[in-house]
Ligand binder design. Sequence first.
Ligand SMILES: [Zn+2]
Length: 48
Amino acid sequence: MVKGHCMRCKEEREIKGAKQVKMKNGRDAVTGNCMKCDTKMFKIGKLT
Ligand SMILES: [Zn+2]
């Protein structure tokens, strides 16, 4: 389970459908959607 900060909920939420991506600068990031409101979420770091 991956958690991130949801901009709409303004709270920590579980990232639904979390996917590992690479940013342009080569850093790892995770994208997905908020479990509660379905807003797109983005988090820097590795999927564990
Ligand atoms: Zn949310």
